[in-house]
Design a protein around this ligand. Sequence first.
Ligand SMILES: NC(=O)C1=CN([C@@H]2O[C@H](COP(=O)(O)OP(=O)(O)OC[C@H]3O[C@@H](n4cnc5c(N)ncnc54)[C@H](O)[C@@H]3O)[C@@H](O)[C@H]2O)[C@@H](O)CC1
Ligand SMILES: Nc1ncnc2c1ncn2[C@@H]1O[C@H](COP(=O)(O)OP(=O)(O)O)[C@@H](O)[C@H]1O
Ligand SMILES: [K+]
Length: 491
Amino acid sequence: MRSDLQHLLITPAEMTAIDRAAAQSGIDSFTLMRNAGLAVTAAALRHFPDARRFVVLCGPGNNGGDGYIAARGLAESGADVAVFVLGDPARLQGDAARAWSDWSGPAAPISAFEPQAGDVVIDALFGAGLSRDLPDDVVHLIERVNASGVPVVAIDLPSGIDGRTGEIRGAAFATRHTVTFMAPKPGHWLLPGRSLCGTLKVFDIGIPARIVSAGAGSLRLNAPFLWAGWGGDLAASTHKFKRGHLVVFSGDRQATGAARLSAAAGLAAGAGLVTVATGKAALGINASHLTAVMVKEIDGSRELTKWLQDQRLGSFVLGPGFGIGKKARDFALALCDRSLVLDADGITSFQTNPGELFAALAKGGGQMVMTPHDGEFARLFPEIAGDDGLSKIEKAQAAARASHAVIVYKGADTVVAAPDGRAVVNNNAPPWLATAGSGDVLAGIVGAHLAKGMPAFEAAIAAVWRHGAAGAKAGPGLTAETLIGAIPPIS
Ligand SMILES: NC(=O)C1=CN([C@@H]2O[C@H](COP(=O)(O)OP(=O)(O)OC[C@H]3O[C@@H](n4cnc5c(N)ncnc54)[C@H](O)[C@@H]3O)[C@@H](O)[C@H]2O)[C@@H](O)CC1
Ligand SMILES: Nc1ncnc2c1ncn2[C@@H]1O[C@H](COP(=O)(O)OP(=O)(O)O)[C@@H](O)[C@H]1O
Ligand SMILES: [K+]
């Protein structure tokens, strides 16, 4: 499978349009269905050579059609095959009807299926066409199969997972393997869908890459080629100012550690210089804990404005441990014409009047990366967060549009979205990143990227990827401190 297609995320609606475009270009749609079904036959035989029986569960659409082809392929290879159907196969249409008529073996209703030891289930109930919650009989079937522990291979998507959102519509198979076609869908990588797909195989059924690419929108799976040109070796002529100067604002005496974590991460991620800007009360504490990172006393807005005349200050991180309130708002508003990472308390400070921030950013013309977790996201974008019809991707996109900022919507399936609609889903973050200070480290890496001149979207996606890679390298038991030491070079 071509790697550029592997990194496209295609929504079910886009995939339907791509199918149509393929048919209009003269490609025979039944050939595509046969290629899909036989890919599943091959995967099932490869993964389960010792299966006693393959049980193919076929639904009312083209996903079911793929299932009949897979069943026939398995039977022709000599395997024991049983087919169970949802609905009346006589009502199937088009390619699925033809696939059904080519399956000349017996078929029983799904209610008759009792999982047995040695069974391998091929799930062809629903794929991209799932459009509402599953009926009770299907929910009960899925629960029975999941409880039995028999392995499941899903065609396209585990039935019950919404391909657009990754949400479970009543119940979903927990599968060992999922075989999808041409490109992954958002539901394969957004949670909870991701946790139910098992290993994901993307199979090329023969739709030309140009048709797939032309029909794809602006969603991608995060990967280094998306920020190609921003990594690479340092030139001999490089000096520290060329690598960029990052500023991190410290909180008060009792909350200085978060800023130092961000600052240390920014330095490790490649900023040439890093300064912790601190109020007078915390100056001594910060100074006594910092070595390569510099310290600058900035008490209030007036001093900040004066200092900002230095245009070599390339980027700013505001929020980690900073404290919630007017000072955070004043500082953020003063930075709306610069490159700013707004995190944690910086985000929460605008809870009661987010519009003030968004308007200042639109007016200031700077670039901002906001890094909310679920709670912070809901504080700043309550209506978007509360819209259950939207996927996490669509929520991040709506928030980016509303705020004019790049949104890093954090979590195990972090989504990064830009105001222009581009979005990526990240998939390299291990669960042990859920530790105090891990978000501060991420903010520092984003800040380092902005300091070296990366555009906000590329700065954010590269940071999320390096943060995940650092987590994987540091391993379980990492702390925010050890995470910083594991940040890999920008690739
Ligand atoms: N993308 C492609 O080019 C190809 C797609 N193929 C297959 O086609 C599938 C999509 O086919 P369809 O669009 O027919 O969709 P599905 O087969 O996923 O399901 C559509 C059918 O299910 C019904 N339905 C939807 N939600 C339901 C619910 N909750 N309860 C009961 N019934 C429900 C719909 O009314 C419709 O009859 C893909 O997942 C893939 O497996 C393959 O045939 C190969 C070619
Ligand atoms: N289960 C998880 N799997 C992978 N990454 C996670 C998981 N939970 C949290 N993370 C990541 O860890 C970081 C935590 O950030 P945050 O919630 O701000 O924590 P803190 O404020 O303690 O630094 C984010 O980058 C988030 O995406
Ligand atoms: K399926």
